[in-house]
Each structure stands twice: as C-alpha cells, then as structure tokens.
Design a binder for this molecule. Structure first.
Ligand SMILES: [Zn+2]
Length: 227
C-alpha cells in the first residue's frame, strides 16, 4: 500500500509552534507582507532575518509530539511506500524520527546562498550576515518559500499522488491549497482519502474525516493501518 501524508500547522501547534496566522490575521505580530515575501526581504532584510532568526531559535524549545512519532513509526513499516510531505518549516518530523520528509515551504533550519545557490543546514542566526560556507559571500537567506515563490518538490509530490492508494491530510484545511488540490489528484487516480483535523471543514472532498487533536487521531489511525 502506497500512502501520501500531508501535514500542516495543526500537527506542530500541539508542540507549541505558533500557527501560521493568528486570529488577528497577524503572524506573531507581523503582517505576512512584512516578513514573508521576496519584496519584504529586499526592502527590510534586517526585519526579515530577525523574524526567522527568532523562530529558528524558538525551535530549540519545542519537541515533537505523539503525532510526529506515529508517522515515524509508519515510515519504519512502509519505507519508501510512505511519502511524507509537510507545509511546516520546523524540523519536528525529523526530530520525531522521520527520515524522508519533503518540505513544500522549505526549512527554518536551512540557509540558501543567493550568490552560489548552495543550501546549507543552519541552526545559528543569519541576521549577522555570516559568510556562506561554500563561497564565503555574506548572502545567506532563510531557505523558506515565501509568498510569490514556487513550493519545493511539487513534481515529486504529484508523482507520489498519482501512484498512491491512500492520501491523508493532517492538521491542514482540506478546503485550501495545497490539500484541496492534492485530494483531487488522489481521487482522480482512485485512491482513498482521509482528513485528520481539529475542526473538519463543513464541505470537502475527502472520503472520510476524523475530528480531534493530531496527537490522538494520528497515532490511532497508524495503529489501525498497521494492525
Ligand atoms: Zn555561497
């Protein structure tokens, strides 16, 4: 059985990672346009660097939860037949034990050099303009996908969806991109579909929806699948 799992902010929220947008429409007090666009980075690089430096530092204070651990356990059983793709830029899947994780929106703990195009794992700050380990230019930016930029690994995600028997969305609204598009790919190839979410959408296209915290619904679903 080939399974594609998409995870979103809901799975990390239970570890204490702030969700993408707060109820007031701000992202940790910032307007999205001020910190998550290439234009913002060009205009105010110090503000953007400080925002991501703070978030990168905060990752040290959070831990993966039971949902991350359950998906790592699923990978142990399915190997390459599990395709795990996340919208999250934190590294909680990796720290929870997953070894094959596709980050649609990049990784907080990575830096991308705009001079030589190399990417580096990065746990320190970038706002102090450290030199690129490859070309030594002080041109490292957060390796995250901003609004207006193309998500990573989309070709690979589409291939996985076309070959899957089951598509599962965890902690992300089934109504909005990318989950809404992914579920249609999956349905198109006859795959089964399941949404695990805190508050299921009133209307969506998933064959099955289970409501509850990811730390409960994901371990229960994995147990069931492996039984
Ligand atoms: Zn470089």
């Amino acid at each position: 059985m080939r399974v594609v799992v998409l995870t979103g902010a809901g799975i990390s929220a239970e570890s204490g990672v702030p969700t993408f947008r707060d109820a007031d429409g701000l992202w940790e007090g910032h307007r999205v346009e001020d910190v998550a666009t290439p234009e913002a980075y060009a205009a105010q690089p110090d503000v953007v660097h400080r925002f991501y430096d703070d978030r990168r530092t905060a990752l040290g204070g959070v831990r993966p939860n039971a949902a991350h651990a359950a998906l790592a356990r699923l990978e142990e059983h399915l190997g390459d037949d599990l395709y795990l793709v996340t919208q999250n830029i934190d590294d909680l899947h990796e720290r929870g034990g997953s070894r094959r994780v596709h980050h649609l929106h990049g990784r907080l703990r990575a830096a991308w050099c705009t001079t030589c195009d190399r990417r580096h794992t990065w746990t320190a700050t970038l706002g102090d303009r450290p030199p690129c380990p490859t070309c030594e230019q002080p041109t490292l930016r957060p390796d995250v996908v901003w609004f207006g930029e193309v998500p990573y690994d989309m070709d690979s995600v589409e291939r996985a969806l076309f070959e899957c028997d089951l598509f599962v969305a965890v902690g992300t609204s089934g109504l909005v991109y990318p989950a809404a598009a992914f579920v249609h790919y999956a349905i198109g190839v006859g795959a089964d579909t399941l949404e695990l979410n805190l508050a299921p959408d009133a209307v969506n296209d998933f064959a099955q929806v289970r409501q509850g915290p990811a730390t409960e619904t994901v371990p229960a679903w994995v147990e069931e699948l492996l039984a």
